[in-house]
Design a protein around this ligand. Structure first.
Ligand SMILES: Cc1cc2nc3c(=O)[nH]c(=O)nc-3n(C[C@H](O)[C@H](O)[C@H](O)COP(=O)(O)OP(=O)(O)OC[C@H]3O[C@@H](n4cnc5c(N)ncnc54)[C@H](O)[C@@H]3O)c2cc1C
Length: 356
């Protein structure tokens, strides 16, 4: 499409919001449709650590790192987003892996350094038992995911995008080898392009046209305290847990990427949250408040699926894990591809065609 064409974005989570915002800024006419009120489902349940951390190959590291830079750019353009560049203190890996991670990522240019017990205690003075060896990554951060997504949606709307909440997309209109719009619980709507950024709902929508999007939806569990006085300066990653303190003072802990039975989620969250008190000085009155069980949109090989579906014109897919980290780059690159036909180098590995 060229600027001025109509693009429907299905899904108003962080991925759809970022694509819609970047498309609108580039001059497209954008309609965002969401089954809920807007702000996303996985997005609202996310831990929201912005990182290019361990366990990924170099091309994916580069995409994530680029997106970290794009977060800084986006937050200047939409000041209400307010990411916190609080840094991360990490010792969740065994020593050998920790050191290998540091060496590899330092060579890749990541702002990562080894810290001893005294330095860890300086970074996070409320740790009862600071680790003898940890890594500090000053350039990492977090956002409040729901607030950031709503800020993006509001700014996109202020620039002319239209948001249709409480509207379920029930079908994709198709003719002459191209997707031409959507059917929904409200009206049918024609468009030059339809972007599926529907999180865990993406595969079902694409399947309506026989497009297979290989993905799983693993559950993941967060536990939140009531708002509390400031105990944490940044992200803290001890073995088996990830912690941060939200803008409103809640200490949120990622307590389960391995849930066998989501039915027992609240009890598991409660039990595991008890260990948070043992980690932090001054946490005696810290109270568990609620849990959030989220389902992660996880492409089958763990990497993003961003781009067109083979030879089907008018359809664009955008589904990814780590969507909080990746949203600014995905939004920028997807808008560029939809409007200018350019596919950024960093995106070359992430099309659907890789699954054959
Ligand atoms: C517990 C947890 C922790 C995480 N931690 C991190 C982290 O630390 N860092 C990180 O980068 N990422 C993290 N992630 C992953 C990240 O949150 C997701 O990758 C990201 O939120 C995906 O955003 P999305 O917009 O694709 O999906 P969503 O936020 O789910 O948005 C999709 C939207 O599509 C709508 N939709 C679906 N089907 C339809 C339909 N048929 N019609 C209309 N609307 C529809 C839904 O209502 C929803 O609003 C975590 C995820 C979870 C669950």
């Amino acid at each position: 499409v060229t600027a001025g064409k109509h693009v429907i974005v299905v899904g108003a989570g962080i991925i759809g919001a970022s694509i819609a915002w970047h498309l609108t800024r580039a001059g497209a006419r954008v309609t965002i449709i969401d089954a809920e009120s807007g702000g996303g489902v996985a997005t609202a349940a996310s831990f929201a650590w912005i990182n290019a951390s361990w366990g990924n190959p170099l091309p994916y590291f580069k995409l994530r790192r680029r997106s970290m830079a794009e977060w800084r750019r986006l937050a200047e353009e939409v000041p209400e987003i307010r990411p916190s560049w609080c840094g991360g203190l990490l010792w969740e890996l065994p020593e050998e892996q920790l050191l290998a991670y540091e060496q590899e990522h330092r060579a890749w240019g990541y702002d990562i350094r080894r810290v001893d017990c005294a330095e860890a205690a300086r970074i996070e003075p409320n740790l009862i038992d600071p680790p003898d060896l940890a890594l500090h990554i000053a350039e990492e951060g977090a956002v409040e995911p729901l607030a950031a997504t709503k800020a993006l949606l509001a700014d996109a709307q202020a620039r002319g995008a239209r948001l249709l909440p409480a509207t379920i997309v029930t079908g994709l209109l198709y003719g002459n080898g191209a997707v031409t719009g959507i059917a929904s619980t409200a009206d049918e709507l024609a468009a030059d392009e339809v972007v599926l950024a529907a999180g865990v709902g993406t595969a079902a929508l694409a399947a309506m046209l026989g497009v297979r999007v290989p993905m799983t939806t693993p559950p993941a569990l967060l536990a939140y305290s009531r708002p509390y006085r400031r105990l944490l300066n940044g992200l803290v990653m001890p073995p088996g847990m990830e912690l941060r303190q939200t803008a409103d003072g809640r200490i949120v802990a990622s307590v389960g990427f391995d849930l066998a039975d989501p039915a027992g989620a609240e009890e598991i969250a409660r039990q595991r949250y008890a260990t948070v008190k043992l980690l932090l000085r001054g946490a005696a009155d810290l109270e568990f408040d609620f849990h959030m069980l989220g389902y992660r949109p996880m492409p089958a090989d763990g990497f993003p699926i961003i781009g067109r579906a083979k030879d089907l014109r008018g359809l664009y897919l955008a589904v990814t894990h780590s969507g909080i980290t990746l949203a600014p780059a995905v939004g920028l690159f997807a808008a560029d591809e939809l409007i200018g036909g350019r596919r950024d180098q960093l995106m070359l590995s992430y099309n659907l065609a890789r699954f054959g």
